[in-house]
Ligand binder design. Structure first.
Ligand code: RP5
Length: 199
């Protein structure tokens, strides 16, 4: 959608271990998709283990800006050094996402991100909703100099309002029990579709 897409990806979404973190980090991509940004064109992905491939993680942090990336979203769980390391090395704004697998892991990951030392800012988000919000936050920053994206964001915000009003009207017209039954049926259909997709 963006006029600037010919410049290459403007958002980089990276993570310490895609095999572990992707279930959370895909939400950042979903948020960007929602605003009309295109996977692989407007934003890119990377698997950068700061523990196992520190040189590759460092190279990404140091070179992303010169390739045209404007914002990095970095997700990690457990011993979550990647977001802080990238925030320390890159000249770009970095949004860290603490990946949730269990409460202990989350707390460790979150602490490592919100506890960054003075002078090294790292915006911090948590879990799947946090990953989605990190995508929105990245779009917010880009929309400062991208009117088309700013418009798309307005449309998204309007959809949040109409969504809440729609549910409110459903509750009033159908009643709570019918609404709840429909909610459960929708959830079951979604889970079935996911299982079918995963084989
Ligand atoms: C972190 O360690 C990664 O971000 C991941 O969340 C966690 C576990 O990684 P793997 O066991 O998948 O290598 O660095």
């Amino acid at each position: 959608m963006s006029k600037k897409k010919s410049q290459g990806p403007r958002v980089g979404i990276i993570m310490g271990s895609a095999k572990t973190d992707m279930e959370t980090m895909i939400k950042s991509g979903e948020a960007l998709n929602r605003l009309g940004l295109i996977d692989g064109t407007d934003y890119e992905w990377g698997n950068k283990s700061v523990h196992r491939t520190p040189d590759r993680a460092e190279e990404y942090a140091r070179t992303a800006k010169e390739r045209g990336v404007e914002i990095i979203i970095a997700g990690a769980g457990g011993s979550a050094h990647l977001p802080g390391m990238v925030a320390s090395m890159s000249k770009l704004p970095v949004l860290g996402v603490a990946v949730t697998s269990n409460p202990d892991v989350l707390n460790r990951a979150l602490g490592s991100m919100i506890g960054m030392p003075e002078g090294k800012p790292l915006a911090t988000f948590q879990g799947e909703s946090g990953a989605f919000n990190a995508g929105l936050f990245a779009a917010r920053i880009l929309s400062l100099h991208d009117p088309e994206l700013a418009d798309a964001y307005e449309v998204y915000e309007a959809s949040l309002v109409s969504g809440v009003i729609g549910v409110d009207e459903d509750l009033a017209t159908k009643g709570g029990h019918v609404f709840y039954d429909q909610l459960l049926a929708d959830k079951a259909a979604k889970e079935f579709a996911q299982k079918t997709y995963q084989g």
